[in-house]
Design a protein around this ligand. Sequence first.
Ligand SMILES: [Zn+2]
Length: 445
Amino acid sequence: MSSSTESDRNTPSAAVRWSVAAALCVMAVAAAIAQPQDDGERPIVLQAARIIDGVSAEARTGQVIVVQGERIVAIGGREIIPSGAEVIAFGDATLLPGLVDAHSHPLISTDSYQIDNLRWSSAYKALRGLKAVEENLQAGWTTLRIAGDADTAYAHLEVRRAIDEGLFVGPRLTGAGHYISVTGGGGDINFISREQRVIADGLVVDGVDDMRKAVREEIKFGSDWIKILVTGAFASAGDNPQDVHFSPEELRVVVEEANRRGVPVMAHAHATEGIKQAVRAGVRSIEHGTFIDSEGIDLMLERGTFLVPTLYIGDFYIEQGSPSGAQDKMVELSVRYREENYRRISEAVRRGVKVVAGSDFGGWPAHLNVRELGCLMEAGMSAMQAIQAATIVGAEMLGWQDRIGSIEPGKLADIIAVAGDPLADISALEQPVFVMLGGQVVRQD
Ligand SMILES: [Zn+2]
């Protein structure tokens, strides 16, 4: 490759080269301007037996959706179909907003994620995570909130970057780089002998000053949520979900520091007291909420805190067991507390807490994520409420309700289609036949 110098820029041949280059540029600009009149901006019309728009109480029938560019421009009767539009007709199918998974761990690939963390590089986890988010998109999940991930080098943010740069097609990603844990908490690795120094899967932080610094680092490196493990966990070795791990001072500082920067906090909390302390401290969402009591529900209603119960993961492990044995604790606790968990979450549903669907995805086939909606129905939701928990209510929790979560004019065209009627059989959502992300068709069977 030669470099251009002052003298060769002044030679006639260089001048010719520059004018040719300039002409090519003009042609390229002209082509870019002309393109929209051709196929780039040609409206796409989606037509199916029914549309669940994410906000109406009933499915809409006999209507179509008009998409132009990346947005939905209209929804209504066939008379709104613009001339020259490309019409995609699905027959006996249902169109609905792209699904929002509010609790996902794309870098966790197997039940033995803590061991994986010790033997896998960050780059390898990123590659597997990229594959996982692509599969989630194909399964209809157009937005994922990452609830911290099992890599302390922010690999999930590199996945997001590669998608944002257009190197790969993937869902919208938001969320936290790490789950912040105290020493001995659910993000620490508690089964290694004490003379080994290892980098845990979570970010291990103790005390108010270090909490403040950890929050600042998370934000510096691109996390748009802060995730904290306020109590012990079901999935990690050597801790107890009924213990509260954060002190009230640590909780207060995390929320204060995050909110100063406009970043919301999601709090993993099983234990009754941990849930209440986190809600009082001002977190935006409670993850799991397993042992929530009536007072905790009162507090969440008072403060508008969202609840992401992640019910399906327990059932998954009860049904499948743990191939490596690493999740034997999860299996045992899920069996022991299933009934109590459902009873407590049912009360929250009944009393109107804003409940959001989150799968706690970590390595199973992505089409299983939607079983969370069946679990929410078991906890008392109607099929429509469960779908809204995975669309508009999830969008509201993200603060993205003006962009995604419903099929309304002006919103980004994140739209999926499934055969049949998910209001009659929620499992219809397991096999989308069509996925559109921001107006781009990314799956069409
Ligand atoms: Zn989780």
